[in-house]
Design a protein around this ligand. Structure first.
Ligand SMILES: [Zn+2]
Length: 80
């Protein structure tokens, strides 16, 4: 088990892709293999996962339709 990750920027990117459900099968395999051997990556993965879960819960609880509509509108506008 490695105690130091010398590719943490790449690892974080991959972890975020996985948590967003946007990672490819190839990326999933790579990150899984890495998580089994790299302690900082395991911790980073768990932290990111917790943050994401927390944010999701918060959004569910405090979901404000008006705010959501405004966000979507501004996103649509930024595309045009
Ligand atoms: Zn790593």
């Amino acid at each position: 088990m490695k105690e130091h990750c010398n590719h943490s920027a790449d690892c974080l990117k991959m972890i975020q892709l996985i948590l967003d459900g946007e990672a490819t099968d190839q990326q999933l395999v790579r990150v899984k293999a890495n998580l089994e051997s790299c302690r900082p990556c395991i911790e980073m993965y768990q932290l990111e996962k917790e943050v994401k879960e927390l944010l999701t819960k918060r959004m569910e609880k405090r979901c404000c339709p008006e705010q959501l509509v405004a966000t979507i509108k501004s996103r649509i506008l930024s595309f045009s």
